[in-house]
Design a protein around this ligand. Structure first.
Ligand SMILES: Cc1cc2nc3c(=O)[nH]c(=O)nc-3n(C[C@H](O)[C@H](O)[C@H](O)COP(=O)(O)OP(=O)(O)OC[C@H]3O[C@@H](n4cnc5c(N)ncnc54)[C@H](O)[C@@H]3O)c2cc1C
Length: 499
């Protein structure tokens, strides 16, 4: 008799959603998290009265979250208070000027027309095309398994409209943006989102050019910080009997005769279960926790072939003034060419750029309760990478933190450096140590086109029976809604195959 029906390793969004759903469906579930906190990259911490989000800063495309909470017999909006973020994004150019896009498609068209009438017209064609695509994707793609060719065929039968978008698989994100928008100033406002995939626009598949459109479908911030989402899953799961243990690091997944039998914790104790759900990096899972000896050669080779995804440093600042920004999210307006240049000459060579760019998140614009009255919080996400030539992040952490504050003060957030009351920084090395993300990889594995859907590690393991994957490492990849979708998929598959 096993100790539990299911053991879930890791309390990221994929882990907490799958654990809660499986508990709600009547299984005896144990959730093991190595850190003291729930949520992994979707979490919030407090420092001197200021609340900072660890990584994720908003949610978009919330349908998978709505589906997951429906499966728990409740509503996402009843469990988490969602604050709409409008404007969608403010873009800050290197000369300090800015362009701000509202959520409204119409209003955005007007703003773009002021920069380029031709591109203003193109915006409406772009929005119409990708509006249809978003609907199609939400209808079937995100919460459907992609464990093999049969799943993909089922998906195509369910959503034949997907075929209409086939050309986007042979175009790059950059091709699509340049096809629609001719003004360089406008292209700069459409390019940043390719970094959500961790790559510059020329290396991202064309279908992801939907991102600058899809953000107009709505952006939300949970009151109280991003932690509220995983906390709601844990709360619902616990009501159904879910058992949660924090500070419980799994060091081995026990596999005998090709089937999981449980896990071993750092203190040497073994806990048994016929089903294990992994929310950790798939390479760590297969190559370290299961071990190469327990894998067929093809699985060993396949797993080693995956590249790690990008990593980022984060700078957290508490301020005693209201920063001169216009939206919850602002991005430095970089051109596709500058992003490629950064990729080849900085990221690939380990050389930090002179001119940083990235995302500025201003959560107290949406939820003032995250800081003392009249004070504010900014979470800054400059682009970065794990390997630094001739140095490392421990050495660079303090200078990087100071440089980022000075640099953003110089054109993007005037006055910033004079108003910092609290500051902190999480480097890629910190992400690796705190959340056990190898190489600080925030999406676990690269998200290029050859590592998506059936090419990503399967949600139902092909080499170990009883083993299921959730989170960044499996379909549909990184993001709060998408990793929650993976939790829904795993629960669906476990119900299908593990009676
Ligand atoms: C800087 C940054 C900004 C982002 N912005 C956004 C955004 O705005 N919107 C959005 O939707 N997404 C965003 N994302 C992505 C999103 O946060 C992640 O894709 C998502 O939260 C990952 O969820 P996951 O289920 O893969 O688990 P993870 O968050 O990777 O968590 C895995 C958990 O497993 C635990 N663990 C690891 N190893 C073990 C072990 N051996 N034993 C026990 N526990 C273990 C870890 O401690 C961790 O808690 C951002 C990410 C980052 C880093």
């Amino acid at each position: 008799m096993a100790d539990y029906d299911v053991i879930v390793i890791g309390a990221g969004c994929g882990g907490v959603s799958s654990a809660a759903i499986l508990a709600h469906q009547g299984r005896k579930v144990l959730l093991l998290e190595q850190s003291a906190n729930m949520g992994g990259c979707c979490s919030t911490f407090e420092k001197d009265g200021y609340h900072f989000d660890v990584g994720a800063s908003v949610v978009e495309e919330i349908q998978p979250l709505e589906i997951a909470f429906e499966m728990l017999g409740t509503r996402f909006q009843d469990e988490v208070e969602l604050i709409p973020c409008d404007p969608m994004m403010s873009f800050i150019y290197y000369d300090g000027s800015r362009v701000t896009y509202p959520i409204s498609i119409e209003e955005t068209g007007r703003v773009i027309s002021e920069m380029s009438p031709e591109d203003g017209q193109a915006w409406f064609r772009f929005a119409k095309y990708f509006g249809g695509m978003t609907e199609t994707i939400m209808k079937g793609f995100l919460v459907s398994p992609a464990t093999g060719i049969a799943d993909m065929m089922r998906l195509l039968v369910k959503t034949p409209e997907l075929m209409k978008y086939a050309p986007l698989f042979v175009m790059s994100y950059q091709d699509v943006i340049k096809k629609y928008f001719k003004s360089e100033a406008v292209q700069r406002t459409m390019s940043y989102q390719s970094l959500y995939l961790g790559l510059p626009p020329e290396l991202v598949a064309g279908l992801f050019a939907l991102l600058p459109y899809s953000e107009h479908e709505g952006i939300w911030y949970p009151r109280g910080g991003m932690i509220q989402i995983p906390a709601a899953f844990v709360r619902c799961g616990e009501k159904a009997g879910l058992e949660v243990r924090s500070r419980a690091r799994v060091v081995q997944v026990v596999v005998r005769r090709g089937r999981v039998e449980g896990v071993v914790l750092e203190d040497g104790s073994e806990i048994t279960a016929p089903v294990v759900v992994s929310n950790i990096n798939a390479k760590t899972l297969y190559l370290d926790l299961i071990g190469e000896a327990n894998l067929p050669w093809l699985a060993r080779v396949g797993m080693k072939s995956y590249e790690y995804s990008k990593s980022v440093p984060m700078v957290y600042v508490g301020l005693d003034y209201e920063p001169p920004l216009e939206a919850h999210h602002s991005a430095i307006a970089v051109s596709p060419g500058e992003m490629s240049d950064y990729w080849y000459n900085n990221a690939m060579k380990g050389v930090l750029p002179d001119r940083e760019f990235g995302l500025i998140c201003w959560p107290t614009k949406s939820d003032p309760g995250l800081a003392p009255e009249g004070h504010h919080v900014l979470n800054l996400i400059p682009e970065g990478f794990y390997e630094l030539a001739g140095t490392d992040w421990d050495e660079q952490k303090e200078p990087f933190l100071e440089r980022t504050i000075e640099y953003l003060s110089s054109f993007a957030i005037p006055g910033l450096a004079d108003h910092v009351v609290v500051k902190d920084c999480a480097t890629p090395l910190d992400f690796e140590r705190r959340l056990l993300l190898p190489k600080g990889a925030i999406y676990d594995l690269q998200q290029d086109i050859v590592s998506q859907t059936v090419f990503r590690p399967s949600a139902r393991s092909r080499s170990v029976k009883g083993l299921y994957l959730v989170g960044n490492s499996t379909h549909p990849g990184g993001g709060v809604p998408t990793t929650t979708a993976s939790g829904v998929i795993a629960a669906t598959l476990i119900n299908r195959y593990e009676r």
